[in-house]
Design a binder for this molecule. Structure first.
Ligand code: SF4
Length: 263
């Protein structure tokens, strides 16, 4: 094993700026083989990634974290994507039901500190159950989302999951996303058509007005305190400051080099 930090990815990230989402997906499939998965909350960008994987038969499984308080429309979108695009969908879940959690800790999502704990237990911890199974997780983060996503790298490290995070849609604009979804008639969460610009748990997500920021509907009841659940390391302060450990031959494939760590 050898260590990889975010700066090690600078050159490859620079070279990926001109590559299309599909080229990046195909590259990732080739480099990571069976140790790769998509992580999707079944929002528009994730649906675009799912469509590409299905259409190009990339045979990459899709991970979905079911917090137990997702909208019914989100679960239906997951099931439709799986059956109509022939995807292997893997659902991860928290150890406690929301009822059990509430009995033990109270209604956590009503305060900023409680929200962090609830998101940790219902989103991040379930994903951590898959730690060690994948060397790369593909996401749907885009720079056009603004906020903490405004400079999201195409490839980044995830020290918690000890894997690479790849965001092949990082450079996709709102217009490009919209036209891809329309052109290919991609299955999307019907809640988007009801004013939900982003979609999380039913307890913490509302639609937004046309002049509001895209993420205004997330944790609206907490004011400006919370805007991200932090399941994505690039949304966390200092999330890229550590390193990950990967097999040397994988790092060579990833960086397109031949290392001699015996020297
Ligand atoms: S979005 Fe709300 S309900 Fe869902 S895990 Fe986070 S705090 Fe809990």
């Amino acid at each position: 094993m050898a260590r990889l930090n975010q700066a090690d990815l600078n050159d490859i990230n620079r070279s990926f700026e001109d590559r299309s989402p599909l080229e990046i997906l195909q590259w990732a499939h080739e480099v990571f083989g069976e140790r790769i998965a998509v992580l999707s909350a079944m929002q528009r960008a994730g649906c675009m990634v799912c469509h590409m994987i299905g259409q190009h038969k990339l045979d990459i499984p899709v991970l979905f974290v079911d917090t137990g308080v997702n909208f019914a429309e989100t679960l239906e979108t997951r099931d439709r994507l799986a059956s109509e695009y022939a995807l292997k969908m893997i659902t991860l879940a928290p150890t406690q039901t929301m009822e059990e959690q509430t009995r033990e800790f109270g209604v956590l999502y009503l305060t900023p500190e409680g929200q962090k704990k609830c998101c940790q237990m219902r989103k991040t911890d379930p994903l951590l159950q898959a730690k060690g199974r994948y060397d790369c997780l593909i996401g749907g983060l885009r720079r056009a989302e603004g906020g903490k996503r405004g400079n999201v790298p195409i490839l980044s490290i995830d020290p918690q999951m000890n894997c690479i995070r790849a965001n092949p849609l990082a450079n996709v604009t709102d217009e490009q996303l919209k036209s891809y979804l329309a052109e290919h008639q991609v299955i999307v969460n019907p809640l988007h058509a009801q004013g939900f610009t982003t979609i999380g748990c039913n307890r913490c997500t509302t639609p937004v007005l046309p002049d509001e920021p895209k993420r205004a509907g997330r944790w609206r009841h907490l004011g400006t305190w919370s805007a991200y659940c932090e399941i994505n390391p690039t949304d966390r302060d200092g999330g890229l400051s550590k390193w990950i450990d990967l097999p040397v031959d994988l790092i060579d494939r990833l960086l397109g080099q031949k290392s001699d760590f015996a020297i």
